[in-house]
Write a protein that binds this ligand. Structure first.
Ligand SMILES: O=P(O)(O)OC[C@H]1O[C@H](O[C@H]2O[C@H](CO)[C@@H](O)[C@H](O)[C@H]2O)[C@H](O)[C@@H](O)[C@@H]1O
Ligand SMILES: O=c1ccn([C@@H]2O[C@H](COP(=O)(O)OP(=O)(O)O)[C@@H](O)[C@H]2O)c(=O)[nH]1
Length: 476
């Protein structure tokens, strides 16, 4: 068996004191450390505008993983990361057509960086290495690598939603993007809904179909398409949470609560997470029933994210102002309803804070998966678990629907009412709900996800017959 080469835009190179915030980095770190291999991607640093293209990536070994890193020029980052990836693909794939901006310049940057990645990876790859590419930043990479002559097994996992065709076709180059996916051997999505959207697109655009053996033929190539929800290191996280009483930050938080109930939200500062709607729902909840005034605290942990993108910078101001307004209106001399924290909290402390919280509020407007939902469940005290309030639009809802209280985040009154019910839910109902969710994430943890994807990728060599399939003409 060859090496595993993982490729992602963001590579969480281990740096003491800087925990990775972002589900992809968190999910893959554990899996990579146990299997070993090469992890290729952007270093997080910028190269000078006139720097020549590197002949090879910088490498750094940590445990069983070799990190292969490339600096990107400011212009490339603007066009590829902040531009096409995060101002076009991210909002569009999160059903926010209103926030997209398509330009030929950023599209050019997207293909330029994918080309650069390909030129650096191709000489490193041995013929029997397996290449696993992650996320929307790098959809065209397999096609670039194949054009460079690589015949390796290549897989792609999309961590964000795959939208319905009516939304996807807003993207002027949607046909090229889907053609890019067809260059992989296995394409993984988070949920069955994403697979359904992909299949509907193929049918409507007449570029592919599902075959009788379960594989798909897309632009003439036979590929496997799987719904494989990403998991967490459930058992390890549960143990961390149990041991968290010793964590200084958790102890400080506990002392400051003086018996009040804790409600927690943890999200990157991103419009897809529904943070403003959640704060509004919390305010509505406070006005529903005087009983909870002074008796509960809502802690919203929100590290800044993608501040170079205009919509994110605007959101930073909006959410801070909203939290400030609600506090100004409802606070008392000895009580602040919302504690809004704008920095990254380390995972040990986070585990303890989840465990302390009577309610986990996970209410994105749309989310590929949302690992916070799973972490909240894993961290609970099995004798006295809290309640997960989960948006029906998070990928995690496909797995946790029978234990979480499902909410529609656009329904502010409904979410407020659900929060009020969650806080008084009897122990036997909480136990029953939590056990169902915990069992699901215990079995379907991150090791299961990684194993399942790699099994699909490594054990299903394309059949000879598939290679002979004639291409299907795209609708013009
Ligand atoms: O790298 P950034 O631009 O700072 O963003 C952080 C990551 O955000 C997204 O995470 C997604 O992956 C999670 C794990 O599968 C999933 O739970 C979540 O719903 C997704 O939004 C993004 O897709 C990653 O590429 C980013 O690194
Ligand atoms: O202060 C923070 C905020 C978030 N996270 C982690 O960042 C990840 C966020 O992943 P999720 O899938 O919920 O959303 P994403 O940010 O990837 O869209 C989770 O593992 C969180 O525990 C963290 O370690 N510290």
């Amino acid at each position: 068996m060859g090496r595993l080469i993982v490729v992602s835009n963001r590579v969480p190179v281990p740096k003491p004191g800087t925990p990775p915030a972002g589900g992809l980095a968190v999910a893959l770190s554990g899996a990579m450390q146990s299997r070993g291999g090469v992890w290729f991607g952007w270093s997080g640093d910028t190269a000078a505008a006139d720097a020549p293209e590197p002949a090879a990536p910088r490498t750094l070994k940590s445990g069983s993983v070799t990190y292969a890193l490339v600096d990107l020029k400011e212009r490339d980052l603007d066009d590829y990361y902040a531009g096409f990836s995060n101002r076009m693909l991210w909002p569009l794939f999160h059903y926010r057509m209103d926030l997209t901006e398509f330009t030929r310049v950023t599209l050019g940057g997207y293909y330029r960086v994918n080309g650069l990645f390909s030129r650096l990876i191709a000489p490193m790859a041995e013929p029997d290495d397996v290449i696993w590419v992650h996320d929307y930043h790098l959809i065209p990479l397999a096609a670039e690598l194949r054009a460079a002559g690589l015949r390796n097994r290549m897989g792609f996992f999309l961590h964000i939603p795959f939208p319905p065709p009516d939304i996807l076709t807003v993207l002027p180059n949607h046909a090229d993007i889907v053609r890019g996916l067809a260059a992989y051997d296995v394409v993984g999505f988070q949920t069955p809904l994403d697979v359904e959207n992909f299949e509907t697109y193929l049918r409507r655009e007449k570029v592919g179909r599902r075959m009788s053996d379960g594989r798909y033929v897309v632009h003439g190539r036979a590929i496997r398409v799987e719904a494989l929800p990403v998991g967490i290191e459930t058992q390890t996280f549960a143990e961390t949470a149990k041991a968290s009483e010793r964590n200084a930050l958790v102890r400080r938080m506990e002392e400051s609560m003086i018996g009040r109930r804790l409600i927690i939200g943890v999200d990157r500062l991103d419009y897809s997470k529904g943070i403003a709607e959640r704060i509004q729902a919390f305010e509505t909840f406070l006005t529903l029933d005087d009983h909870w005034r002074g008796k509960c605290t809502y802690l919203q942990i929100t590290p800044k994210s993608r501040s170079e993108v205009a919509e994110y910078a605007a959101m930073e101001r909006e959410v801070a102002e909203l939290a400030g307004r609600v506090n100004g209106k409802h606070a008392d001399l000895d009580w602040t309803p919302i504690r809004y924290v704008n920095r990254t909290i380390g995972r040990n402390a986070l585990a303890g804070l989840y465990r302390m919280a009577a309610v986990g509020l996970v209410t994105p407007l749309r989310d590929g998966m949302n690992l916070v939902a799973k972490e909240y469940v894993a961290a609970q005290d099995p004798e006295d678990p809290g309640v997960l309030l989960l948006s029906r639009f998070a990928g995690a809802a496909f797995e946790l629907a029978d234990g979480a209280m499902l909410t529609n985040p656009y329904d502010i009154d409904g979410t407020a009412g659900a929060l009020a019910r969650a806080l008084v839910m009897p122990l036997d109902e909480r136990l029953d709900r939590w056990r169902r969710m915990y069992e699901r994430i215990r079995v379907h943890d991150v090791a299961w996800w990684c194993r399942s994807f790699l099994e699909a990728l490594e054990n299903d060599a394309p059949k000879a017959a598939a290679a002979k399939l004639s291409p299907i003409k795209a609708a013009s």
